[in-house]
Design a protein around this ligand. Structure first.
Ligand code: GP9
Ligand code: MN
Length: 702
């Protein structure tokens, strides 16, 4: 018996065996944490394999360092690394539980941890089982201290270290390749910290985040107050006073921002298979109280939805690459629309059926001053309630109204739909129009999901009509960006009934709907050229909120002097007369006119290009330099991020208290009787499902 024990002891006292043991234990616990502590949204074989494999490469590299050292030192290096790793894992588990996101260096370093109330609530977050991540390090450390495991004193064999580190690097290369295959542009577009961890692991995430943080700190450090002054000068030069005809017309009304995912202007009145594809949105577009713009362009870059949100609520552009929300949303200062509305007596809320971490909304919204963020955690979600990124629109909206009815009025509510998203998949029972027949698989489903979105929109508008919200709200509806990318010119041509499409056609294909509906607002089609950057000043003017003091790069679309040159994120632009795409200049018939322009016209194009370049450059400086931290707009109170907590319980508590303080919610007006039954849906998934089963928090306040 003793002999056998001694044999075991000898075995584990070999350095390589101990090394392997450390790595295997580290690997297992990381994987357990992945599965039990984080919601990474893993689906499909590739993602599942990557999740298993991804802790290994960096473990080999980091622990491999120890193999270059001899005796005790080598062991202690392994243990120190293991402790650091375990603490990092532990800290993330706690942070994630409260904030549904991974820790960032910004949070740790800056006032972040304090301002996120982390210190205060740690005792509430922690669970005894969390300490499982320390079991292996504690045991291994004890075994070493008590010399049960003996230190292998043989000389260093460098080959071992080299093999471990090189194997780690090669494995990481393979991991990264496979990840990029499954989710192209994973790192350049910076979607979500969950994605980085899911695909590349906690260690890579730590390094990546440190790098991003370094980049941010550098540009931030270099930024000066003078840069702000330059930006202010530009904004003031381009500022347009409101149009008196519209100023304050919608003052005090509830505001809806309805975000139609991937919805393009060409879908308006579009017919396929002899049917209108989106009859509800079309009717809304043509309503006599809807002001509809038919030359309104999306201006997003890689940040897609997040860029659209950034523009709409800050009148600042997204970044040339990546997403401003993911890269700067958690650390920057903003003077955003929700905060402004809040300071004018509004409740502010964003509703979305995806996890809160996507596009870093959960952090960015705090900086923008959203009081509530009703993300996926607030809704009942079953397997068949979801498609793609999250809840199907009908099921999402049907549940969203439960929170909407509780918001003290007036409110500013942003409703972000999701189902009409690439790759436009929809289960059979929800399809109500045949696919198009271009033969391009990623295009042909578009009309089906657009139809689904349209029906969901229709159901929501019916709810607003039934409950009376329709009559005391300004309803803004817009498409965030293209649904069919320029990589499908043939299919696009077919959909548009053309032989082929030119670069000019593709630029025009970037139009998305922008509509403002309010009772009493004179409707009609407005042909002004404009884009997402212009929404904020337009809405503030309609709401009668003075906005001259804000640093906005867009202009009120309702001012007749509105600059109609619309910038794209890549520096191209379109306008009612001449458009510049790449090196070509087009007239409004889509003809290339580089050689036909008069010197004056050439000068004009050059002037517009300067304006566009300047606008984009200043926007980038504002964001990468965090310039708004130097700025204090008159009458605006800076947002304190620690005032916000979007976690379900905190949110519900806040909502209940708000209703007590301001009993002006729809629910209050309805004497506490829920209005959720006013939302009728034909969602097949909800057939026979009772309110009690569906609503996560049924009849909360009363
Ligand atoms: C995810 C959703 C989609 O939450 O908003 O973002 P997108 O891919 O369109 O940028
Ligand atoms: Mn989108």
């Amino acid at each position: 018996m003793r002999k056998a024990l001694k044999k075991v002891q000898d075995f584990f006292s070999k350095k390589l065996v101990f090394f392997a043991l450390v790595i295997i234990l580290f690997w297992i616990k990381t994987y357990i944490a992945y599965q039990t502590e984080f919601t990474l949204g893993v689906s499909g074989t590739v993602q599942n394999i990557l999740l298993i494999v991804n802790p290994i490469p960096f473990a080999l590299i980091l622990f491999g360092i120890a193999l270059f050292f001899r005796g005790k030192v080598s062991y202690w290096i392994m243990m120190v690394i293991d402790w650091i790793e375990s603490i990092w894992l532990f800290a993330n588990i706690l942070y994630y539980r409260e904030f549904s996101d991974f820790l960032t260096l910004g949070v740790i370093k800056s006032t972040g941890s304090v301002s996120n109330n982390l210190g205060l609530s740690i005792s509430k977050i922690i669970r005894p089982t969390d300490f499982f991540v320390f079991i292996d390090v504690v045991v291994l450390t004890l075994l070493l201290i008590t010399k049960v495991i003996k230190v292998d004193k043989r000389p260093v064999r460098f080959r071992q270290g080299i093999i471990s580190v090189v194997a780690g690097i090669v494995l990481f290369g393979i991991n990264l390749g496979a990840a990029n295959q499954d989710r192209p542009q994973l790192l350049t577009r910076t979607f979500d910290n969950n994605y980085i961890v899911k695909y590349l692991g906690m260690n890579f995430y730590a390094g990546y985040n440190a790098y991003q943080n370094y980049k941010q700190t550098q540009t931030r450090k270099d930024a000066k107050k003078e840069d702000l002054n330059k930006a202010l000068k530009f904004a003031r030069q381009n500022y347009l006073p409101p149009n008196v005809q519209y100023y304050g017309k919608e003052k005090g009304k509830n505001v809806f921002i309805i975000h139609l995912e991937s919805f393009q202007q060409f879908l308006i009145d579009y017919k396929w298979d002899g049917q209108e594809v989106t009859p509800n949105i079309d009717a809304f577009y043509h309503d006599q109280n809807t002001m509809s713009f038919d030359n309104f362009f999306n201006q997003v870059g890689q940040g897609k939805t997040s860029d659209a949100e950034t523009m709409l609520e800050n009148s600042l552009y997204g970044l040339p690459s990546g997403s401003a929300m993911t890269e700067y949303g958690g650390s920057n200062t903003f003077d955003a629309m929700p905060a402004i509305m809040d300071q004018h007596g509004y409740s502010t809320a964003s509703f979305h059926g995806d996890v809160g971490s996507f596009w870093n909304r959960i952090n960015t919204y705090k900086a923008w001053g959203y009081q509530y963020f009703f993300d996926k955690d607030y809704y009942t979600s079953k397997e068949n309630y979801n498609v793609g990124y999250g809840l199907k629109d009908k099921i999402f909206l049907k549940q969203a109204v439960n929170y909407l009815q509780q918001l003290p009025q007036p409110f500013y509510a942003k409703i972000i739909t999701l189902t009409n998203h690439y790759p436009y998949e929809l289960d059979k029972q929800n399809q109500s129009i045949p696919k198009t027949d271009t033969g391009d698989d990623t295009v042909d489903g578009y009309v089906q999901t657009a139809r689904y979105l349209d029906q969901a929109f229709g159901e929501f508008i019916n709810y607003l009509k039934k409950t009376g919200l329709y009559n005391n709200s300004m309803i803004v509806v817009y498409g965030d960006h293209y649904g069919i990318s320029n990589n499908h010119p043939k299919a696009i041509a077919q959909l548009l009934g053309k032989k082929s499409v030119s670069s000019y056609d593709l630029a025009m294909f970037q139009k998305v709907p922008f509509m403002i509906h309010a009772p009493g607002l004179k409707g009609g089609i407005n042909h002004t050229y404009g884009g997402e950057i212009d929404v904020m000043p337009t809405l503030l003017d309609l709401l009668g909120i003075p906005d001259k003091q804000y640093l906005m790069l867009g202009q009120d679309l309702l001012n007749p002097n509105h600059s109609q040159t619309v910038a794209f994120r890549d520096g191209n632009f379109v306008s009612p007369t001449y458009s510049k795409i790449g090196s070509k200049i087009y007239n409004n018939k889509g003809e290339v006119v580089n050689d036909r322009l008069t010197p004056e016209e050439k000068q004009w194009v050059k002037g517009q290009q300067n304006y566009v370049d300047k606008q984009l450059e200043i926007s980038d400086q504002i964001i990468t330099g965090d310039l708004l931290r130097f700025y204090h707009p008159k009458g605006f109170k800076r947002v304190d991020k620690s005032d916000y907590n979007y976690n379900y319980k905190a949110g519900m508590k806040q909502l209940q208290e708000a209703q007590k303080k301001h009993p002006t919610s729809l629910l209050d007006q309805n004497h506490g009787k829920t209005t959720v039954n006013d939302f009728s849906t034909d969602a097949p998934e909800l057939k026979g499902v009772t309110n009690k089963q569906l609503y996560k928090y049924y009849q909360t306040a009363h």
